[in-house]
Ligand binder design. Structure first.
Ligand code: KG4
Ligand code: ZN
Length: 343
């Protein structure tokens, strides 16, 4: 079965094709057009600019993906596109395009949940390599991205229990805002992680919000504010920037790791997956690696940490195969910016 996934929830126009036969998954192409350079001048994503750029890119990216896979639209058996959550005008471009090509080719269409895309992204192998879908449930997934910070217990394909989420900012957002305060360019996450390598992680005593709250909720707005107050007392230098980046990264990672490990212990789960844009963070990966002997820790390939079409194709396939999706209602399906995975 050939599945085409479209992702346009934020600032990446992404299209991928998966080949899935008897639960064996191969990514045959994974095309992405990033808008980072365009949004950098504004210091963040400008929704209307993003939507316009998606509209310009979506057809060429579909063509590129199909060319790479050596396929035509008629060869695709299932079309999937991100329905939400995300920016409404961005979502609409990919979602309406996905519906249209599915309808025109008389093939099923799956309105795919972006978070579900991240949830299974760790299962995907690099281009051309085949892997059997891992179905050893339950497992814990920590989703860390620009819009989300949540711990979810995955009981089966499509069966989720939300254990906790952020009460305010997502951790990726906190990375981006802290980077902005330090004068580092957008997107801030990779920049913080780069300059932190030269910094002293203990230099600034930043709070670890909610680390002992006893539940799985997070809060990152306070950490960001603590960075601002600490910076007001300093004169900015390269050393201060590196030390603050390192201290911030340490504080954020401490909370993420402690709560995730606690959830795995309490729910007696041995596999933990860490997914989303922030899962590209090296320091976070190292901090989880400490628990390698007690838990099986899974991270996605770097190519699948940020938003991509392959994860949408996989999650769409899972929704189609294991869920009760209404795959044919092209006319009534709409993009939905506040779509949830579990509550
Ligand atoms: O999953 P993603 O691409 O988009 C959303 O669904 O939000 O995540 C983007 C977020 C941004 O906040 C970005 O700064 C962060 O992931 N990020 C990182 C790193 N690479 C990307 N944060 C920390 N360290 C990184 N290496
Ligand atoms: Zn995402």
């Amino acid at each position: 079965m050939k599945i085409l996934g479209i992702e346009t929830s934020c600032d990446e126009t992404a299209v991928a094709v998966l080949d899935i036969t008897d639960k064996h998954v191969t990514v045959t192409c994974n095309a992405i057009s990033s808008q980072i350079e365009i949004h950098r001048q504004y210091g963040g994503v400008v929704p209307e600019v993003a939507a316009r750029e998606h509209a310009r890119q979506i057809i060429p990216i579909i063509d590129t993906a199909l060319d790479t896979a050596g396929l035509g639209l008629r060869d695709i058996d299932l079309f999937c596109a991100t329905q939400g959550p995300g920016l409404m005008t961005s979502l609409m471009v990919g979602f309406e395009t996905g519906k249209t090509v599915a309808y025109a080719n008389k093939k099923p269409f799956i309105a795919t949940n972006h978070i579900a895309g991240h949830v299974y992204s760790w299962m995907l192998k690099p281009l051309g390599e085949t892997v059997q879908l891992d179905s050893a449930f339950p497992w814990i997934v920590l989703i860390v991205s620009g819009g989300h910070t949540e711990i979810i217990l995955v009981k089966d394909f499509g069966v989720y229990e939300l254990l906790g989420k952020t009460c305010d900012d997502a951790v990726g957002e906190a990375f981006d805002k802290t980077a902005k305060m330090l004068g580092l360019p957008y997107p801030g996450g990779p920049q913080i992680s780069k300059v932190a390598l030269q910094g002293d992680r203990k230099k600034f005593n930043l709070p670890r919000p909610m680390i002992d709250s006893g539940d799985y909720a997070f809060s990152f707005a306070g950490l960001k504010t603590a960075v601002r107050y600490a910076l007001e007392k300093e004169s900015i230098s390269e050393k201060v920037i590196a030390d603050m980046a390192a201290s911030f990264e340490q504080a954020a990672v401490d909370v993420l790791v402690k709560k995730t490990i606690k959830s795995a212990t309490e729910y007696d789960v041995s596999t933990i997956a860490v997914v989303g844009g922030v899962a590209a963070n090296r320091y976070l990966r190292e901090a989880f690696a400490v628990y390698d002997s007690e838990y099986t820790i899974r991270f996605p390939e770097m190519a699948y940490t940020g938003d991509n079409g392959a994860m949408i194709a996989l999650a769409g396939y899972i929704q189609h195969t294991y869920g009760s999706e209404n795959a044919g209602e092209y006319a009534t399906l709409r993009a939905y910016p506040n779509l949830r995975l579990a509550s």
